[in-house]
Design a protein around this ligand. Structure first.
Ligand SMILES: NC(=O)C1=CN([C@@H]2O[C@H](COP(=O)(O)OP(=O)(O)OC[C@H]3O[C@@H](n4cnc5c(N)ncnc54)[C@H](O)[C@@H]3O)[C@@H](O)[C@H]2O)C=CC1
Ligand SMILES: [Mg+2]
Length: 345
């Protein structure tokens, strides 16, 4: 039986600013993370006493937790070093960890991809399983998803940016993994996200959802589209709605934003928009969307109550994005607004 790595049960910090009383701790934490990005030797020292989440070819390692749930497995750096040795691997691999944040106790948190090691051997050592990121999203809590998504996105960015796109020369990362430098030209490369606008359109009584052929069976979501170079959020929103369903929106309001790791790190800007009830006839571009249609409050309310996606053989039902997705948040906001409108609030 392989020696087991003892997981650390720590509360992973989110990027949310805590309120009032603990705000100074938040400030010191953010400044510490910034220092780690700037100072390679401080970061190398922090790595030696850090918490590390493991990935294997970009799939996070999850461990079973209470009541059938799962949690991202986190280990001390010394335990990871011992595991690397036991599996006959150079402990230098640890230095390829990337910084993802810092706990409430100012303990640096890193991610490491051990894709060079045998997957089953690591799973055995760690009493966990590497689970593809999309599946992980359905297994983790809302508090755990952002840091796992961030870790995977950063690891993927390093794996795909080993050479400078201007000179073709190798790039070299800093210790935190927050940048890569091309030494021949001095160009500094930073991790990138593609801005996407996601919008829930309403005609006052119904909301508009679409589905792409690649979506899971029965799933509909708010309309989304990548920003073109030079566009404002408002311009992207109006263009995408016009392109995909042939409507012109009247008014726009901002809701919230989210980093979305699929397919290659999008920065999702979530908005609500309205169209006149007199102009709701859809002209769907079927090259982009398999279907788009208006949904009543009753349809949305019952779809939000579905606990699992429809299986093969089930009656066709509408399935909405998972609760960690910003599309879910926009739909829930719309439903709550409609319900309070119906109650006359
Ligand atoms: N978190 C959520 O709730 C949801 C997230 N999304 C995400 O939003 C993103 C955009 O939605 P789509 O309707 O697919 O966009 P879209 O309507 O702009 O169409 C995608 C097409 O845009 C082009 N494109 C332009 N810039 C691109 C870039 N930077 N990266 C990739 N393709 C680019 C490509 O030709 C691609 O096929 C998707 O990646 C999807 O994962 C979509 C719906 C819900
Ligand atoms: Mg789209």
């Amino acid at each position: 039986m392989a020696a087991m790595l003892k997981p650390l049960r720590i509360l992973l910090s989110t990027s949310k600013c805590p309120q009032s009383r603990s705000c100074s701790r938040y400030v010191s934490r953010m400044r510490y993370v910034n220092q780690l990005k700037e100072d390679d030797s401080l970061c190398a020292e922090a790595l030696q006493s850090s918490h590390i989440m493991l990935f294997h070819r970009l799939s996070p390692l999850l461990q079973p937790a209470e009541r059938g749930t799962f949690t991202p497995a986190t280990f001390s750096s010394s335990d990871v070093q011992l595991m690397l040795e036991r599996l006959g691997h150079d402990r230098c691999l640890l230095t390829e960890s990337v910084l993802v944040g810092c706990s409430e106790e100012n303990q640096a948190q890193f991610c490491l991809d051990v894709g060079e090691l045998d997957q089953a051997a690591v799973e055995d050592e760690c009493e966990g399983n590497f689970v593809e990121l999309r599946k992980s999203f359905f297994l983790l809590t809302a508090a755990e998803v952002p840091i796992v998504a961030k870790g995977q996105a950063l690891l993927r960015w390093h794996q795909t940016n080993r050479f400078c796109c201007a000179t073709g020369q190798p790039t070299h990362r800093n210790q935190a993994g927050s940048q890569r430098v091309c030494r021949s030209s001095g160009t500094v490369h930073y991790p990138t996200m593609s801005p996407v606008v996601i919008v829930l359109v309403s005609d006052g009584k119904r909301c508009l959802l679409g589905r792409q052929s690649s979506f899971p069976r029965g799933m509909y979501s708010a309309l989304a589209g990548f920003c073109d170079m030079g566009e404002s959020v408002e311009e992207t929103l109006c263009r995408e709605v016009a392109e995909e369903v042939g409507l012109e929106v009247d008014s726009i309001s901002y809701s919230s934003s989210q980093h979305w790791p699929f397919p290659h790190s999008s920065f999702m800007l979530g908005c609500h928009a309205s169209v006149s009830p007199a102009h709701t006839q859809l002209d769907v571009d079927h090259t982009e969307l398999e279907d788009a249609r208006w949904f009543s409050l009753e349809e949305i309310t019952s779809a939000l109550q579905m606990k699992s996606p429809p299986r093969r053989g089930d009656p066709p039902g509408v399935w909405l994005p998972p609760k960690h997705a910003i599309g879910h948040r926009l739909i829930t906001e719309w439903m709550e607004r409609q319900q309070s409108g119906e109650r006359g609030e």
